[in-house]
Design a protein around this ligand. Structure first.
Ligand code: AMP
Length: 286
């Protein structure tokens, strides 16, 4: 008997909550108790394995899990060729070279002959080698931001999202090495065998992510101004237009980018829209 498919996801750290939320929003039903190693998905032929963020790539590569979620930076750091099914839109960060505020360094070239502390040793080495800048990479397992203060290195290469950790530690970014976000990985051999199941998991996740970025807008409007509304609401295709009982009035339905809604509203009102409804979308299959 073949065993259930396995999806490896982080058991600790900043990717845990957004990953669990995505899986649940996608409709998977499972219980993930504190410290659980595995959770059985009740409504899909899938087990979720909770592993260290750092181990996900290797687990998927080796076939311990058929699918996995981790940071793209860790996949690149491992130098893994494991297939990436799609980026997931969260866990966004940049691997960045930073130096103490009061240092004279302005660019990567200024670090020639100096020490760079990082937990992303391979990505850092590759970056400086490609630029032919000789540096000594000092491996640290975490908290690279304290390395300059400890006298371990003149610069660091570390992940930054808001930049506040760097500011607190008196560091300033000088150059970007790598851009990362969470990514869905697949085992190459399993991808061949389980193509249709992988496709449905991917569709489920993609439909959930696409829905998050968009809203469903409904409004009433004077029929004579339809062209103006069509310009304002490019939507997915053209807006749906439905005649109303009142002569000369129509209802317009459209899918719009969530970020655009607030700037759109005054313009819709100015064009004569009334009774505007903004609705969440549960899933959107593009
Ligand atoms: P963890 O160390 O388990 O919290 O997760 C680390 C992973 O989260 C990294 O490998 C990145 O892919 C991702 N991440 C997103 N933003 C940041 C950030 N500001 N600092 C560190 N990791 C981040």
């Amino acid at each position: 008997m073949t065993r259930r498919l396995r999806l490896a996801i982080p058991n600790k750290g900043r990717l845990v909550d957004p990953t669990l939320t995505l899986l649940r929003d996608a409709g998977l039903v499972f219980e993930a108790g504190e410290g659980a190693l595995v959770a059985r998905v009740q409504n899909f032929d899938l087990d979720i394995l909770f592993v260290r963020t750092n181990d996900v790539t290797e687990f998927v590569n080796d076939g311990v899990a058929e699918l996995g979620v981790t940071g793209l930076d860790l996949v690149a750091e491992a130098g893994s060729e494991v297939p990436q099914l799609r980026k997931l839109g969260y866990g966004r960060c940049r691997l960045t070279i930073a130096v103490p505020n009061d240092s004279p360094f302005r660019a990567a070239e200024d670090l020639a002959g100096l020490r760079v502390a990082t937990s992303h040793v391979n990505l850092t080495r590759r970056f400086f080698e490609r630029r032919s800048i000789p540096v000594r990479v000092v491996p640290v397992s975490g908290a690279a931001e304290v390395a300059p203060r400890l006298g371990l290195a003149e610069a660091i290469v570390d992940l930054v999202s808001t930049g506040s950790t760097m500011v607190v530690n008196g560091l300033r970014p000088i150059e970007e090495v790598f851009e990362s976000e969470a990514v869905l990985l697949a085992n190459a051999a399993a991808q061949k065998v389980h193509g249709p199941v992988f496709d449905s998991i991917q569709t489920m996740l993609s439909a959930t992510l696409a829905a998050r970025d968009r809203k469903y807008l409904m409004m009433n409007a004077p029929k004579t101004r339809l062209a103006e509304f069509e310009d304002l609401l490019p939507g997915l295709e053209s807006p749906s237009v439905i005649p109303l009982a009142h002569e000369g009035m129509i209802a317009i339905h459209s899918v719009v980018e969530a970020d655009a809604v607030w700037s759109l509203l005054p313009r819709l009102k100015a064009a004569g829209a009334s009774g505007i409804l903004i609705l969440p979308i549960e899933k959107l299959v593009l």
